[in-house]
Design a protein around this ligand. Structure first.
Ligand code: ZN
Ligand code: ZN
Length: 193
């Protein structure tokens, strides 16, 4: 499946204020292993933003992969424009060495409507996926080191925030993390294209 081409000097989609090439891209390219559940959360959002369904599939926990397909993830990721991610601090966190929670809001546009999906996600530290391909064995992604993986999440809210008219300014302008190349445009020339 082709991924959407991106300018790597643009700010990362996850809202970190780093360039994509210094933030989520090395994880998505499987050149580096994430160190925390939040990093995995962020890189999965960025993978949605660029339409890299394989990375999203590969970073599900083994116990959750059977319910997923790369095709379905790809269809869903590409039917939406993923415009921003906000991580919410958790007050009474049960985070420990091998299981962590991350609460986030993902903002996206589909069918001329802006949505917020707020979810509390569960992540687990588990052994990487076995790999028979010799060159991939060298990748940090497939080593025997334990890696953070996404199990599932509880949806806290899935809200319709606005319906967007073609000649209005695109709501992605409200979010500092949106694609920089699109800034300042009307919806019909931006995320509504
Ligand atoms: Zn990032
Ligand atoms: Zn836009």
């Amino acid at each position: 499946m082709n991924t959407i081409s991106v300018n790597t000097t643009q700010s990362c989609f996850c809202g970190s204020n780093f360039d994509f090439s210094c933030c989520c891209q090395p994880y998505i390219n499987k050149e580096l292993a994430v160190q925390t559940a939040e990093q995995l959360m962020r890189s999965r959002f960025s993978a949605y933003a660029i339409g890299n369904a394989q990375y999203i599939y590969d970073t599900y926990a083994k116990s959750s992969q059977a319910e997923q397909s790369v095709e379905d993830i790809g269809d869903w990721s590409k039917s939406c424009v993923w415009i921003a991610l906000v991580i919410h601090p958790l007050a009474n966190s049960v985070n420990n060495a091998t299981e962590q929670l991350v609460e986030f809001s993902a903002f996206y546009i589909t069918n001329n409507t802006l949505y917020e999906l707020r979810e509390k996600s569960r992540f687990i530290l588990e052994h990487g996926i076995e790999c028979d391909i010799e060159e991939k064995k060298e990748s940090t992604f497939n080593t025997q080191l334990k890696q953070w993986r996404y199990i599932d999440g509880d949806i806290i809210a899935h809200s319709e925030l606005a319906t967007i008219k073609r000649n209005e300014f695109c709501p992605c302008n409200l979010y500092p993390t949106a694609w920089q190349s699109k800034k300042g445009k009307k919806f019909k020339h931006c995320c509504g294209k």
